[in-house]
Design a protein around this ligand. Structure first.
Ligand code: LR7
Ligand code: MN
Length: 568
């Protein structure tokens, strides 16, 4: 009897110890798979979010991710790749000893091959991004990747990073468009990976027509475009789909991190950049304007951008189709990002960069492929089409910056002009004033004019005073005191310029020696009003004979209407 009791106690003790261990183990266990949508959408106030593979420091209430995105465990591999034989795929295309590793792809192929297809990369987002939550019912997306002779290892890494770092429910399919690469198997073999489809062009089409082909076959309601040598980072997709779900007219892109073309290191890009360009339609990254930067209290907020780089973006499929997809008369590479960006802004949409979404891209210094019509001619053809269709009178600056574009063939643009009319898109001037006022128009030839208000003219008095007076003289007989030269941003009279005396409403204006860098001297036309660029206030004559001041802009008011009349 005692023996039985002793045994029972021993059994109970063991069960208790095992139970305790099980309980503790449960508590530490990752709560769901790395990419399940549930783990991404747990609320902020629901305790700490546990993300597998992420090393975290808990300090105050902040969570600072250090290392992220461990490769999936062996058992997940099978599900990820299906029947695909990765080793055989990569082994079939190996560099031979003595081969130049940069020759075929303009990046170090040896290094890319050596890396493997699923390395861990640093989570480069701001730490606050990790605390954001997204809708549980985000729509899924079709990923469209076009390529021409991409290296197998970079192409595969692009695809695997998508499968590893996206909630599976958000990936409807990955559509590869093989733009007539030399080896059809580069694409074909990848269809053994679940969700991957491959379309091969029967001839070289270029990335623009290839993407349209991909978009036309996509079945998800949202399109995601990627270059063929990317690596997506933690939670890259949810922020973009969320923004597009909330407003289908938004076209969004991630911050594009840099993958070194030499050693394939994954490097964080600055979070303070947006897309810009110069008049030759050369894309460049530029600092966010200082006023916008100062107004940004939340580093996770979207950044408005005048143009997108072009390769990596998310767009509602119906919106993409409604806006006329791409200009399919553009060839091979280049210019389509301007055309799309102008069109989106002018026809009712917007473009933004989402700092909580990060995607790495191998930036190269040269094109590793040929352009059947030549690189320069192709770029000119494509950008000329963008300028001719969208830039109205501003296209003259494109031609001054790129004189060689004049007279070069660019095909018919009738259809695109009809599209622009059908969509009732705004004039390019609107884009210049509202989206990209920082893009300065080149200095024009100085033309003298009078600044007329009703029957009166703005004139200078004494050393630095100003006022309205009866307009005097005609043509060459106009007095010097009523002659103005409007050379943005300056309003000049010989060596003196119109300047505000202080940045507050009601401040007087005066004349002082010109200095293009002086913020007090910067003006721009706003309808018939003259707006001081920094204060945002407008030149106002107040009472007809009183000294002019700056006041809140009311373009309807007669006291703010200044009609420049050229003196002939
Ligand atoms: O004939 C071609 N057919 C193709 O399918 C030529 C190219 N391609 C593919 C190519 O394999 C690649 O996947 O098109 C994609 C883009 O070509 P890249 O990688 O040679 O170009 P890029 O990275 O220099 O190009 C940037 O600008 C292009 C202008 O046409 C496109 O918009 C690219 O998508 C764009 N890439 C990005 O925005 C990534 C960030 C780089 C920046 C800035
Ligand atoms: Mn690229």
């Amino acid at each position: 009897m005692r023996r039985i009791r002793a045994n029972a106690i021993a059994i109970l003790t063991v069960a208790w110890i095992l139970g305790t261990f099980y309980y503790l183990w449960q508590d530490n266990k990752p709560q769901s798979s790395p990419s399940s949508s549930a783990s991404q959408t747990r609320g902020r106030g629901h305790g700490q979010k546990v993300i597998p593979g992420r090393l975290e420091i808990h300090r105050d209430d902040r969570t600072i991710p250090l290392i992220v995105t461990q490769p999936p465990r062996a058992e997940q591999q099978g599900q990820l790749l299906g029947s695909f034989d990765e080793k055989a795929y990569l082994a079939a295309k190996q560099l031979k000893p003595g081969d130049d590793p940069y020759k075929d792809h303009a990046f170090n192929l040896q290094e890319s091959d050596r890396l493997g297809s699923e390395r861990a990369i640093r989570d480069t987002r701001h730490y606050r991004c990790a605390a954001l939550t997204y809708d549980t019912d985000l729509p899924s997306t079709s990923i469209v990747i076009t390529f021409h002779n991409e290296a197998r290892s970079t192409l595969l890494r692009t695809i695997k990073s998508v499968l590893m770092r996206s909630p599976p429910s958000l990936i409807q399919e990955i559509i590869l468009i093989d733009d007539f690469s030399s080896d059809p198997e580069d694409c074909q073999l990848l269809t053994q990976i679940p969700k991957v489809r491959c379309l091969r062009n029967g001839r070289r089409e270029g990335l623009i027509r290839s993407r349209v082909r991909g978009a036309n076959t996509a079945s998800a309601s949202i399109l995601t475009f990627l270059d063929s040598h990317c690596e997506v980072n933690t939670d890259w997709l949810q922020p973009m789909i969320q923004r597009v779900k909330e407003d289908h007219t938004r076209v969004v892109s991630p911050i594009i991190d840099v993958i070194s073309l030499d050693n394939f290191a994954y490097l964080a890009a600055s979070a303070d950049l947006r897309g810009g360009f110069d008049w030759s339609l050369h894309f460049k990254w530029e600092q966010i304007p200082i006023e916008q930067k100062m107004a940004r209290s939340d580093p996770t907020q979207a950044i408005r951008t005048p143009v997108i780089a072009g390769g990596i973006f998310v767009m509602d499929r119906s919106w993409f189709n409604h806006l006329g997809q791409y200009d399919t008369h553009m060839d091979i590479w280049g210019g389509e990002n301007f055309e799309l960006s102008f069109r989106v802004w002018l026809c009712g949409g917007s473009l933004e960069i989402l700092p909580c979404s990060r995607v790495g891209h191998v930036f190269r210094k040269r094109h590793p492929y040929d352009f059947p019509e030549g690189n320069a001619l192709t770029y000119i053809k494509n950008t000329r089409r963008a300028a001719e269709v969208w830039m109205d009178e501003y296209k003259q600056y494109y031609y001054s910056a790129r004189p060689s574009a004049q007279g070069k063939a660019f095909g018919s643009i009738t259809d695109r002009l009809a599209l622009r009319r059908k969509l009732n898109c705004k004039p390019f001037r609107w884009y210049m004033e509202n989206v990209y006022p920082e893009l300065r128009v080149p200095e024009q030839e100085a033309v003298s004019s009078v600044l007329k208000q009703g029957g009166l003219c703005l004139e200078t008095r004494g050393t630095d005073g100003l006022g309205l007076a009866e307009c005097r003289g005609l043509g060459a007989n106009r007095p010097q005191s009523q002659r103005w030269e409007l050379i943005e941003p300056l309003i000049r009279q010989q060596d003196l310029c119109l300047a505000i005396s202080a940045f507050t409403a009601g401040s007087k204006v005066k004349m002082e020696p010109c200095n293009t860098k002086e913020p007090r001297q910067k003006w721009k036309p706003k309808g018939t009003a003259l707006q001081h660029m920094v204060s945002g206030l407008c030149l106002d004559s107040q009472t007809p004979m009183g000294p002019p001041v700056i006041l809140q802009c009311r373009p309807q008011m007669a006291s703010q209407s200044w009609e420049p009349q050229v003196i002939t």
